[in-house]
Structure formats: C-alpha cells, structure tokens
Design a protein around this ligand. Sequence first.
Ligand SMILES: [Zn+2]
Length: 208
Amino acid sequence: MGELDHLLASNREWAGRVEREHPGFFRNLSSQQRPKYLWIGCSDSRVPANEIIGLLPGEVFVHRNVANLVVHSDLNCLSVMDFALNELGVEHVIVCGHYGCGGVSAALAPSEGRVMDHWIRHVRDIAKFYRDEIEREPSVQAQARRLCELNVAVQVVHVRESPVVQAAAARGVKVHGWIYDLADGLLRDLTPTVDGVRALEPSCRLPG
Ligand SMILES: [Zn+2]
C-alpha cells in the first residue's frame, strides 16, 4: 500500500468518467494536440488553468511559475511560447495573475535573502517603478491587489516584446491580461491596466 495510492485510485476514477462522457477521448487525444490557448499563470495550487476556464485536457497549453512572470531571458518560458505558437498554432496567449498572490505580496516586504527572492526581484522592480500609483491605494491589501494587476500588465508587455510573439502577432495571434479572484472564482479582463503600461520598447521591435 503506497502513500499516494488514493491519488492513483482517483486518477482511474477520473479517466473512467471522462471516457464514459466522451467515448474515445484519450485515443483521439493521444495522436495530436491542437490547443487554441497558451496560459501563462502562477504556480499557486488554487489557480489551476483548465478547471477555472472549464477546458478539458488538450484545450489549453500551460506554463506556470511563481507570480506568473515572463522574464526576457527565461529559456523555459520562451521555449513554451515558441512551441505553442510555432508548433501547436495557438491563437491566444493569456497571462493570468491572481489576487492574494504570495509571490507578489513578498515583493512588498523586505527581502529575506532566500533563493526565491532572486525571482521575486522582478516583481520588486515593478513595485518600485509604480510606487506612486501603488501608494495611492488606501490599505496594504489594496496595494498588493494593485501590484497583482500591474504585474500582469507588465508581463503582457514582456510577452508582446518577445520576438516569437511579435512574429506571431503578424498572423493574428492576440495577447490578453487577466486576473483571477480567489474569493469568488471569477476572472477579470485587465485590458485597461494593460493599455496603461508603457508601449512596446522601441529598441525591441522587430524590423518589418
Ligand atoms: Zn501567485
């Protein structure tokens, strides 16, 4: 009896249920995947991509890391975008943050000198850049929520600045910024916040 037998049993039950509801589901999916969406989200266990947008396996390609960051030199994330856009033909890239993000909140507190702090430093830089706007919020909680939104908006710009996405945008690929509220399970479109963030860095724009 293994410690995780309950998870394996749960998996068998799930696979059986999906196959009953969609006969041939796994056989069809095993030969190809054609997701329309690339999801770049936080690793937080409360924000599972497929579940909150109601999609089955095969319908969304997913990359998650702490605080849903798109770092210009992160080969992991860049490779995911390259594969999703150029191999799978994804049509929409969704950057999704969430209120109550521990990674974002950590950026508003003093550094503890942990490995994580190197990663969170990217969020800390955003907090510094938008300090005036964040400090206009009336409470610590509201400031953290605003930084969650601004972080998504900046990551959307980073996605748009990447050469792989600039090339894909020319054939109609769209990039979206969303935020998820743990308190009500709902997603919100952050287009106004995204539009308020600085335009594409001219020196990063591809010719043509
Ligand atoms: Zn998070």
